[in-house]
Design a protein around this ligand. Structure first.
Ligand code: MG
Ligand code: MG
Length: 264
């Protein structure tokens, strides 16, 4: 990944919106099937079929960040409870009542990527898990509000961190949001913590995936033996919400949507 930020044209923004909306629809299709007893592999198969039926490609499948990395084997990242991100979908990884499950989905359509994540409850979850989901999603929205043209990127990061820590939760530091365009991960990095007066200046045409990963316990993470799954080192639950936004007419516009999930 080069470190040059690209600013998208109106035509590119339209394509990114199409991809982003397809991710929103895919997440909702998956969400309808989430219940105790469902296998995460079934969710993955459903997502892959839906994405391909809509003329796109699942962006995560066989994704290989570095030459010698093991390619990611699934269409979705399915991360349950203490898993933070990059969990596998497996036939014997079955959702249980009281779990929280983060579904991260990426698509490639007409050369442009969409990327969004949502953490779902499985049946009834504890009030503390509910709070974690509510606060993580709210921290994302607080960050988005700061994506104003002329602000420094650190305003977004700082707003996310402040909100999460206000409730005693902690911010994962090692994993960050990113630019999106003709590559799934483009500059700049979008940390979920940091100082307000840091980072690049936000400009019109920047497209960012903002994605807080918030732990109920301590912030530290470990990587599982599969080489991919990131989990909270203290095994406490973790939540993840992600939107893609564009800075346009001075302000943030959300390209993805949770509307298909929450309004049905
Ligand atoms: Mg994502
Ligand atoms: Mg992302």
């Amino acid at each position: 990944m080069s470190n040059v930020i690209t600013y998208k044209t109106e035509e590119e923004i339209a394509r990114l919106r199409t991809s982003a909306q397809l991710v929103g629809k895919t997440l909702a299709e998956v969400g309808k099937r989430i219940e105790p007893g469902v296998s995460t592999l079934d969710l993955d198969n459903l997502a892959e079929e839906f994405i391909r039926d809509n003329g796109a490609i699942p962006a995560f499948k066989n994704y290989q960040p570095k030459f010698d990395d093991r390619p990611f084997p699934c269409s979705l990242c399915v991360s349950v409870n203490e898993e933070v991100v990059h969990g596998f979908a497996l036939a014997d990884k079955v959702l249980q009542e009281g779990d929280i499950v983060s579904i991260d989905c990426g698509v490639l359509k007409d050369g442009y990527y969409g990327d969004s994540a949502y953490t779902f409850s499985v049946g009834e979850v504890s009030s503390k898990k509910k709070k974690l989901l509510e606060v993580t999603k709210a921290s994302l929205m607080k960050g988005i509000e700061k994506a104003i043209e002329g602000n420094r990127l650190g305003e977004i990061s700082n707003a996310i961190q402040k909100h999460a820590e206000l409730y005693g939760f902690s911010v994962v530091r090692e994993m960050v949001g990113h630019g999106v365009g003709t590559h799934l991960h483009e500059p700049p990095e979008v940390p979920n913590y940091g100082r307000r007066r840091s980072g690049p200046r936000l400009k019109a045409g920047m497209v960012l995936a903002i994605e807080p990963m918030i732990n109920m316990g301590r912030r530290h993470i470990s990587i599982a033996e599969d080489g991919w799954t990131v989990f909270a080192s203290d095994h406490q639950p973790s939540a993840h919400f992600e939107h893609m936004i564009v800075i346009r007419n001075g302000a943030p516009e959300i390209l993805t949507t949770f509307g298909f999930i929450e309004n049905n």
